[in-house]
Design a protein around this ligand. Sequence first.
Ligand code: HEM
Length: 420
Amino acid sequence: MGTAALNLDLDGIQGLVSRGYREQPSACFVLLGMGDEAGRWVRDVEVTSAAARPTGDAVNLALTATGLAKLGAPLGGFPAEFVQGMVTPHRSRLLGDEGDGAPAGWAWGGPSTPTVDAGLLLYARDDASLAALYEAHRRRWTEHGLVEVGKLDTTDLDGFEPFGFRDGVSQPVIEGLSKTGPAWNTVRAGEFVLGYPNEYGLYTGGKAFSHGVGRNGSYLVIRQLAQDVAGFRRFLEQATSDPAEQTRLAAKMVGRWPSGAPLALSPNEDDPALADANDFGYFDEDPYGFKCPIGAHVRRANPRDSLDPQPGSASSIAVGKRHRLLRRGREYEHGLHFLCLNANISRQFEFIQHTWINNPHFAGLHDEPDPLVSPSAGAAFRIPAEPVRRRVTGLPRFVTVRGGGYFFLPGVRALRSFGA
Ligand code: HEM
């Protein structure tokens, strides 16, 4: 651990960076439009810091580029993808937001829906406390002329996503913030928080910016991902009539079993004892994907030690560490409100979505984007096996984007200064 690791300013960082608020299973994300008096509101919102260990409510506040502009904050140092936002023709192509998932049809964040200036993230121990927290905040933002333009409600599925798989298992360990973890999975704080060295040994966003308004901030990506659960079930049933084989096929697509157990460690059957297991690579144990297919969701979203140019080497792991995400999503009735934090949206979230998830040629594959979450329908999925491999073709689209936005989760002091 470097010395910077010991000096993370936990009081100055918003809490979502350090925890997913599992002790607060009730949550909603309120999307707000700002008027002229928003500054005072922003200044007065009491956000939960990374130093806190909340047992009751938790509150975090994120701002979009339009929100920052309305507050009079200088946008100069912010990167282009954040300033332009998630919805530009170039970005829609890059992210695969086309056809049914095109922004024109989005419920929020699209070209024909009201501008989102802020995202207020509310967390509570139970639904009654959440309702009270929401009401208290609603009164305050209304007094200050803000308007609710969307509300993302969530459903507590006890850690499982709607397709039936445990979610939120694998996360990077942030050096100096979380406890400890294996070296391959321990990532420098600057990959997630501005103002600290990143995996290049540099300050993400530049030294001046990351020590100025950027300090202790992070970028928050929100995507409302509708899941076609009935379509997913139908697809599995059409592939095989044996329920155990259906689970097996689904697990091959995910790369983990429903309990969370990784196929890389338990290739033949689910093993709940391995539900939290995360200390494994692919190169030594499973170079050809006989256990966990190369194209499986988790193997492409985080290839671990199997990246070019030298899979299995320290440099492969070093490359992987430059493309990690802190996932903070929550389920809702029909899908996943995908939330992730990163210090560089383009190098982390967009790269993973475009170059790994959507890419039909990922790791030398052919016509195989992510079988679970890719936006393209009709693609193939190959399950390497001996003696006979299996290739499923004509995969339907199971996940469709319904809304989204790029937000900045400012450091606590920057938040106050924006509101001043
Ligand atoms: C509705 C859509 C999605 C579903 C149902 C889904 C489901 C899952 C599941 C079941 C896991 C395994 C459990 C875990 O490690 O937490 C997982 C892991 C992961 N997913 Fe997704 N996911 C979705 C969308 C996405 C998107 C859009 C991204 C990135 C752009 C993404 C990135 C990841 C990453 C990085 C991991 C961890 C991989 C690892 O470190 O081994 N997921 N997802």
